[in-house]
Design a protein around this ligand. Sequence first.
Ligand code: ZN
Length: 496
Amino acid sequence: MATIIRGGRLLEARARRAEPADLLITGDTITEIGAPGMPAPSDATVLDARGKLLHPGLINAHTHAHGNLAKGMGDRWTLELLLTAGPWISGGRTLEDKHLSAKIGAVEMVMKGCTASYDLPLEFPAPSAEGLQAVGSAYAAVGMRAVIAPMVADRTFFEAIPGLMDVLTPALQQDVDKLRLAPWKTSVDNMGRALREWKLDRDQVRLGVAPTIPHHCSDDLIRACVALSSEHGVGLHTHVAESKVQAIVGLQRYGKTLTAHLEDLGVLGPRFTVAHGVWLDDDDMRRLGDRGASVAHNPGSNMRLGNGFADMRAMLDRRVNVGLGTDGANCSDNLNLYESMRLASFVSKAQRPDLERWVTTDQVVLAATEGSARALGFEGAIGRLAPGYKADIVFLDLGHPNWIPLNDPTNQLVHTEDGGAVAHVMIGGRMVVQDRRLTTVDVAALAREAEAARERLARLNAPGRELYERLATVVGRFCPGLAHVPYHVARYVGGA
Ligand SMILES: [Zn+2]
């Protein structure tokens, strides 16, 4: 039951040190950390970590299981075009496809040093208990932790953007009508059933609730999500002010920012995570910080979709908890938290010349570990290597060129490491990656399954692709037009 890890160098991100230390693990938990050679139970398994840097498993604060089968399908698309592409790139999925898509992502993440993820899967026209179980069981099969928060809405993208329906031809209006989502009560009932009947170990895989984008949800749906979250004690997660179009539409619809609207509906609190927050203003950040809420910062996705740079430094200054994410493989496109850390650091530095306002590498490491852990509702259990915490540990090979030579482990983890040095990954005391190979899932078999699904879905979704191409010419003109309105003018016109 006990394992002693001997000879590794333990990262202390704040102190920028990595001194040799031994770790005793009992069951799934770190029970003691001590000097090299510290005593251990005689029956403890000894794990040799000489030449390895040990850091807490990275935690992905925002991704989408359904995105993995849609990896690489687009190049020049905005968030609005990505939403338009949804029925094409994520349509027609069976329960097996939902499981498979989640598994591809989980495999990629663990192999790149990530041990837990906040995942927002999509099901059309409403989430189902079976679909959520299919996603959750994929994480369990890989041996990774996750919070699975189904994306729900009761307005389509076309209903959510004022004026967009009016610029579609009557034929396109009819096609778009067929994309209508389930009534909000159906989604809420299905999520309630999933929460009551959840079969997986909640320490490993648990549920959350994700009213996906504020203006895609009626106030009734959002209030019902808040009620579910407090009844079951689970997280709430919403894309807020991700694109400028969203920020402007929020002002048009509600006469206030999306964050102010969510505050009115009782959403803001310690269980709430904003995804992105690129277009949050000072007041919004203050509201989030004062209520103990989190932001999942996804710098890669924000650049990829042309949404801009979120201001991590300003968020930290307003006491917002910041976690780090990759977003889905359909918009970022890898699920590599090392890259997210690097981009979070670079984006902060690219935003302004005042270097005292730049985030530091230790702040970035803390966001990708403790910050994300808090967003997932796993605070105090994961995100640190300390007694009482779960044994979720990444072993980096210090013989890899990324670490030759080792000068400052915190700077190098953020700015140099790219996942190439990941040798082993332990989750809950179990080796999920050993010597760069996954121990839980046959990756070659997964690739064969994925290829078969890809071919079948490409045939099935050919009409969806054709519809996307007809819609894209309209959406691709209309939405950037909205985004060209200066934000301060939209605020004035919106009355905020
Ligand atoms: Zn997202």
